[in-house]
Design a binder for this molecule. Sequence first.
Ligand code: SRM
Ligand code: SF4
Length: 569
Amino acid sequence: MAEQSQLSPVEHIKAASNYLRGTLKESLEDNISGSIAEDDTQLSKFHGIYQQDDRDVREDRRRQMLEPDYQFMIRARVPGGVCTPKQWLAFDEIARRWANGSIRITTRQAFQLHGVLKHELKPTIRAINDSLMDTIAACGDVNRNVMATVLPESSKLHRKVFEDACAVSEHLTPHTRAYHEIWLDDGDGKKKVAGTPQQEDVEPIYGKVYLPRKFKTAFAIPPRNDVDVYAHDLGFVAIADEKTGELAGYNVTVGGGMGATHGDPATYPRLADVLGLCTPDQVTAVAEGIVTIQRDFGDRSERKHARFKYTVQDHGLEWLHDQLEQRLGYRLEAAREFNFTHTGDQYGWQRTDDGLWNLTLFIENGRVADRGVSRLLSGMKAIAGVHRGEFRLTANQNLVIAGVPESERVAIDSLVHKHGLDHHAKAGPVRLNAMACVGFPTCGLAMAESERYLPDLVGKIETMMAGHGLAEQGVTVRMTGCPNGCARPYLAEIGLVGKGPGLYNLHLGAAWDGSRLNQLYRENIDESEILETLDGLFARYAGERQDQEYFGNYLVRQGLLDSNVKESA
Ligand code: SRM
Ligand code: SF4
């Protein structure tokens, strides 16, 4: 463990924060600047709030000697991605009133709002709280939104796994009352009982300084790997009983992660390892055990080396087994066989085992807005006004309208058509499997365009593939504006990672089922070089692929990725 003097600056900020309070209250009361104090920008993350500025106008404002156009991104946790139509309507209203008129479905099944001004943070958080959702632990060095496979075809198994995901989410949520004090003006938090003295905060799992870094958990239900379970610090892969289809247990996966830094080989994306099997009733104890191991052994001196994937890589699986056994009092059983067939979502209507229907809609890059002829925000508002089931946000930024009775399908369909929400029926297979992170103009770390550019590039890739007779072939394309990996680009058959304005690293060859990382193939290339490179590879693929062979698998089988990375001239 790091000595006091070696701790990273963020560790000192956490330690001095009095359980995440810092000077956030004072920052909010300061009317001179649209920003908050620097240390508070670290602490606000734990409350689900990021300070940003509009990067499209940053340079102009700098020239005019104005402070950056400060605004805030708010992320709300949606465990398992499940929310009610009432909650959707609340977010719709919040997005129109205080944010930039759009709801962003994230790659972790959560909601994001962009463009909220400092003086409107409190009413926004209060409105989110009124909708029975919260933003605490949506970001920060804690366990984040817990993901779960949306599973539109089986409501029974989904319900059970979803409940376990919610239990883990609840168990790992920080206990500090700072959230209620700062945002809801509730001094004693929700647990107030008349006459009880002010209690000391206690964080039984995290302690005063929380985790060394963010921590992410996902539940997957084979054969779907829509949550990209191998990208997670901690994963639970549901094992169903062969005869009954009931949940028998979970294979526990550990040490996955995507983030890397260009040119720094000490940082890298890593696939999770399968550690062993636990029973459903052991899930929260196992989650707590793993989280406390990371709390105690994660690197608190170097934040780039602080994710759990490095703890696992440095200490090994046997050590982890022993550590977990010490904390649980039992050892995990041997993992069971399972098989993933795909990542991504399956679109359209699917009948579930309880006789209801689910409709999976394609939401390009998760952005729900009324822009030009596209009226997604209004369309979803209309559907939420009549739908009586639930919505499920997917890990691929899409949306499931779940639990529709047969008698109500026609009404939902007509609203979907009326508002142009039927992209899933019209878009090509590359677009339907593509994902981009937010990138410009809000993300402070973006080096290249992402969400605003990928739709255009996908059109060009689809045209090119059609020219090779590959119009019906699905390929996963994922783009991020920097190497942090928010759209999990290293698990895409074609991954594009921003390097600078208009320039990307091209990664190729991940597996369609999310079980193999791709490899860096070309560095720092622009659109024309991206298309030229892919054109050559698609030409070969069209001629040489085996029956139903995926693009990534083909590239690996042919050894086409083994050559050295070529840098652009
Ligand atoms: Fe992310 C930082 C957006 C999923 C790895 N991510 C950010 C920030 C907050 C930028 C910042 O720190 O200032 C981005 C805000 C952009 C904006 O304007 O909204 C941002 N990340 C997102 C979202 C919204 C992308 C999206 O298009 O949906 C996703 C929100 C998920 C959620 O609801 O919680 C999002 N981020 C991910 C994922 C995917 C996942 O978790 O499955 C990853 C890769 C997996 C992983 O964590 O290893 C990811 N984000 C990062 C990292 C790199 C972490 C690392 O280990 O190095 C950063 C930077 C950091 O933490 O320092 C980052
Ligand atoms: Fe921002 Fe980079 Fe994440 Fe994209 S991958 S949202 S550019 S941090």
